[in-house]
Design a protein around this ligand. Structure first.
Ligand SMILES: [Zn+2]
Length: 441
């Protein structure tokens, strides 16, 4: 090695070290938590107050807030809020390096009137007064979930989920866990702290005509959110759902619900409609239980599964398909359970005012099922049913997965359950979701 090469190597090493040093110095700035997108959201507080929160935007020195009441979107300037990013940088560096979430700013606005829709517009402003980013959100400050409508539809639910998320964005989140053959989403609405170590799952309308169960779980969520800081059985709803969040699959079978409510004309796909017309029970779609392929989703889990060849074209009920978990809806539920490993799963069905909880699982699991079922029985007054060994979701959960689960049947005499029974159903079930989450707190 000649002298020049050595000198070259030393120089290279020096440049390299300098580069590393520069990078190290840059790190705190890189972790500076400002981002480029505002993503404004709102969470209603007690009384007429609302919390407006958003991400700090890089280079913004202030934020201008505008509000419009009603749908005309005539925004009025409300206030200008200074950026807080410099303060954040002065904080302890170790804290900064651990921070991965964008820095949030918030502002409280008082003066929400009942039953009105509010639009919030926020602008990020730089030192020269330029608008860097704009974002809007809206909040309906009234009762969201209808409990007077007989046919609570997929689109009603979709709209309500959005409104609940907008009104209570700190406490409700939504995931899409699947899409049906007729292109409807299967939603998983997360109530409470989505990062909670423990969770329970509530599932409704796996059977199409039992759609009042969707209305019920949606109304349960809205009720808890409206009363989030009030106490239930010694604990606030907030504390309960902070510790154990609830994943609510409010409509497991949206295609089927659409068939039961609107007939085959509610199905978008011409091809599906053609096949549906040839199925067993096609002349009375009101009592449809299956999905848009004529598969009874609660007969198609991987437990004591049986293929019934004579109904291979599909049926309004009881046909479990050619093989277990062949349908998008059941795949979504199985995947959700495998991902979450929930403490318990409650299935809402209709009707009979009864609870199925005897599945013949292992003693240890069965004991946990009785604990869950006992809690629900004490609230609803519903009675227990005998042994059930079908290829249902709860059966698979208890017997194959070892997860406590039970099936709660709401309403009396007929399905679809008439809306005139709502007040009874509500009285019996109002706190079932909260009590279930509290059981595992
Ligand atoms: Zn059912």
């Amino acid at each position: 090695m000649n002298k020049e090469t050595i000198r070259g190597n030393v120089l290279l090493k020096f440049v390299f070290q300098l580069l590393i040093l520069c990078l190290c110095l840059l790190v705190p700035n890189q972790i500076a938590v400002a981002v480029t997108s505002l993503e404004v959201n709102t969470t209603k507080q007690f009384g007429d107050k609302v919390k407006i929160a958003w991400n700090e935007v890089t280079d913004a020195v202030s934020y201008k807030l505008y509000i419009s009441v009603g749908d005309n979107k005539k925004y009025k300037f409300v206030s200008e809020i200074a950026s807080a990013i410099d303060d954040t940088l002065n904080e302890d560096m170790t804290q900064l390096t651990e921070q991965t979430e964008p820095s949030k700013l918030q502002h409280f606005y008082n003066g929400l009137s009942a039953k009105k829709t509010y639009y919030f517009k926020l602008q990020a402003i730089d030192a020269n007064g330029n608008v860097l980013d704009t974002d809007t959100t809206n909040l309906f400050n009234g009762n969201i979930v209808s409990t007077t409508k007989q046919k609570y539809s997929y689109s009603d639910m979709k709209k309500d989920i959005k409104q609940l998320c907008n009104k209570y964005s700190d406490y409700v989140h939504v995931n899409i866990i699947g899409t049906t053959v007729d292109q409807r989403n299967i939603y998983d609405v997360v109530l409470g702290n989505p990062e909670a170590e423990k969770c329970v799952v509530f599932q409704a309308s796996i059977h199409a005509r039992e759609y009042m169960t969707s209305q019920l779980v949606m109304e349960q969520m809205e009720y808890y959110l409206d009363n989030y800081n009030k106490k239930y059985d010694g604990k606030t709803y907030k504390d309960i759902f902070d510790k154990v969040c609830v994943h609510v699959v409010a409509m497991s079978n949206p295609d089927g619900v659409t068939i039961s409510q609107k007939g085959f004309s509610g199905i978008r796909s011409k091809e599906l409609r053609k096949k549906l017309k040839k199925m067993r029970g096609a002349s009375n779609t009101t009592v449809w239980k299956a999905n848009a392929k004529g598969v009874d989703l609660n007969r198609q889990f991987d437990y004591k599964f049986k293929y019934v060849k004579k109904w291979k074209k599909g049926s309004y009920a009881l046909y479990g398909g050619k093989k277990p978990v062949s349908e998008n809806e059941t795949k979504a539920l199985v995947q959700l359970v495998n991902d979450l490993n929930p403490k318990a799963v409650v299935n809402y069905h209709a009707m009979g005012n009864v609870i199925y909880c005897r599945y013949g699982g292992k003693k240890k699991v069965q004991k946990k099922v009785y604990k869950l079922a006992g809690e629900i029985r004490s609230l609803t007054g519903y009675s227990y049913m005998g042994l059930d060994q079908s290829p249902g979701f709860a059966n698979w959960l208890v017997c194959k997965k070892g997860i406590p689960s039970c099936t709660v049947e709401i309403g009396m005499h007929k399905t679809p359950v008439p809306i005139s029974q709502w007040s009874n159903v509500w009285k019996q079930n109002k706190n079932v979701m909260a009590a279930t989450a509290k059981l595992y707190n």
